[in-house]
Write a new protein. Structure first.
Length: 85
């Protein structure tokens, strides 16, 4: 049986494959983490969109009630002004 040296191409190839395998595993772990983070970001964006949509509806109601109040106030002022004259 022949003893293989560290400079043997077969051993070098095996070492390179082991190194590449470890690198690929690290890259896969990083990709899995990025996918998880992106899913969390998507959920956060959905929540922000929902909150903005609700706020938009709130502003609409605020403007409607403000407009109604302004019309009532102006009408009452006009009626009082007519009553004085």
């Amino acid at each position: 049986m022949e003893h293989q040296r560290a400079s043997d191409p077969v051993i070098q190839t095996a070492r390179e494959l082991a190194t590449h395998s470890a690198d690929i595993k690290h890259l896969q772990n990083d990709m899995d983490k990025m996918i998880k983070d992106m899913d969390e970001i998507k959920e956060a964006i959905k929540e922000i969109s929902k909150t903005l949509s609700e706020a938009k509806g709130g502003w609409r109601m605020f403007m409607i009630f403000g407009g109604i109040g302004a019309v009532i106030g102006a009408s009452m002022s006009w009626i009082i002004d007519l009553a004085r004259n």
